[in-house]
Design a protein around this ligand. Structure first.
Ligand code: FUB
Length: 448
């Protein structure tokens, strides 16, 4: 059957916690808290993500529905297991920040000569530092801190969404969203002061822009940002031959969110030979788009350096080890009819989603399961529903059958185990289909 949009309404698989502060997830990457504005960086061979931390607003708290009191940093070696390193900077512990403002919006971090510079916006206690948000710096010897904030914000910078960039010649720049649009200035060697007056970044498309992110690839400087052309933010890019611009419009990186999340905010990195787009949507808060969740998907360039549009997926990036509880509801594709996902518990969305197959031959595909060297003897499926035989195939909908699992009729979740006649190895796609079973709900499957 033809696969249908990846934006069908959701259901969820369980959250699997590996100890106190480490989670496994596809998209969204983090399930135990809201996260937004992901600035991803590769430091010391790992991916570090510095997001904002959305929390539900109390009365009179925050600005325009956004409430952010601190920052966490997360890291991963495989883009599947994410470690939460905890709070690195908070509004109560920065001298210049108004500690009642909950205004710690999108941050970013960069390394220079072994020091990590974390840039963050917040409303200052002293209006001398600007009309709205000021931008401060905190430094650390390690990407996960401990970070020491400077006593004052950067002089001459008023705005949000800081993005530092260091060119190949060692010159550093800071980009941000200010009152005059997207602005930039050279940074001094100390990375804590501007080396020139802020300038407007030139030749950008009209209408609302924020969240600048600059990177360089093969001598092309990509100046990328969220841009409201129609209703909500889409991600676009411009290119130039140097970090100051002017930049020429290149195209759309990601379309407006089909679920109506008004903001999107992103970063782009290369890691282990693949490019990735980090961005956010409101997966865990479908009715309030100021409580967001970060995501990642692969990004590809054309031969001429143009960027291929990224289609958001639930599956995200990274291979999933076969012995994990594979959350097949974080799918790569599903059949046109009879397959859907839904929250396991609409009151506790952080518990995730489940897969629902309720028509003959309905299927769901989950890409890139890592079977390694083929020691697998059985598959376990956590299922409920009317019962019947669920079929698991490899690679594609008409690929080899890996197992036929008899699901008992039960309204409760039951783990069923079935022997594998063959032992799969390597990285394979899984297709789980209902055959004539159903309706059947599945929380996860796993191999032993
Ligand atoms: O997270 C608060 C603001 O929303 C960010 O600073 C913007 O980029 C938008 O994502």
């Amino acid at each position: 059957m033809k696969s249908k949009s990846l934006w069908r309404p959701l259901g969820l698989c369980g959250l699997l916690l590996f100890g106190f502060n480490s989670t496994i997830a596809q998209n969204p990457l983090i399930m135990d808290q809201f996260t937004a504005d992901p600035s991803a960086r590769v430091f010391e061979g790992r991916v570090y993500v510095y997001p904002s931390h959305d929390i539900p607003c109390g009365k009179g708290q925050g600005m325009i529905g956004f409430c952010m009191a601190d920052y966490h940093v997360f890291s991963s070696e495989n883009l599947t297991d994410w470690t939460d390193h905890g709070v690195i900077v908070s509004q109560n512990k920065v001298d210049w920040v108004d500690s009642t403002s909950y205004s710690m919006w999108a941050p970013d971090c960069i390394e220079k000569n072994g020091t990590y510079y974390f840039y963050f916006p917040a409303r200052s206690r002293d209006k001398a530092f600007g009309r709205g948000s000021a931008i401060g710096v905190a430094t650390a010897d390690k990407p996960f801190g401990p970070f020491t904030p400077e006593p004052k914000p950067i002089e001459g910078v008023s705005g949000i969404d800081p993005n530092p960039f260091i060119d190949r010649d060692g010159q550093a720049y800071l980009y941000w969203a200010g009152f005059g649009g997207l602005l930039m200035a050279r940074l001094k060697d100390n990375m804590k002061e501007l080396d020139e007056k802020p300038q407007k970044v030139g030749e950008l498309p009209p209408k609302f822009k924020e969240g600048p992110y600059l990177f360089e690839r093969k001598g092309i400087y990509y100046f990328t940002f969220p841009h409201v052309e129609n209703k909500t933010e889409r991600l676009v890019y411009c290119t130039g031959d140097n970090p100051r611009g002017p930049f020429k419009y290149g195209g759309v990186i990601m379309d407006e969110s089909p679920t109506g999340c008004w903001t999107n905010h992103h970063s782009i990195i290369a890691y282990k030979g693949q490019w990735y787009l980090f961005y956010h949507h409101n997966d865990l808060s479908p009715h309030f788009d100021k409580n967001r969740s970060i995501r990642a998907d692969s990004l590809f360039f054309n031969e001429d350096g143009t960027i291929q549009k990224v289609i958001p997926t639930w599956r995200g990036a990274g291979a999933t080890p076969a012995d994990r509880r594979i959350q097949i509801d974080r799918y790569s594709a599903l059949s046109e009819i009879g397959a859907s996902v839904a929250f396991l518990d609409t009151l506790h969305r952080q518990e995730g989603w489940k897969t629902v197959l309720d028509a003959k031959d309905a299927w769901i595909r989950y890409n890139s399961v890592d079977f390694g060297h083929g020691k697998w003897k059985s598959v376990r499926v956590n299922a409920s529903g009317a019962g019947g035989i669920v079929e698991i195939r490899l690679d594609q909908t008409d690929g080899p059958v890996l197992a036929r699992v008899q699901i008992p009729e039960s309204p409760d979740w039951t783990v069923v185990e079935s022997k594998l006649p063959e032992r799969p190895s390597g990285i394979r796609n899984l297709i789980v289909s209902a055959g004539d079973a159903g309706p059947v709900e599945m929380d996860w499957i796993s191999f032993e």
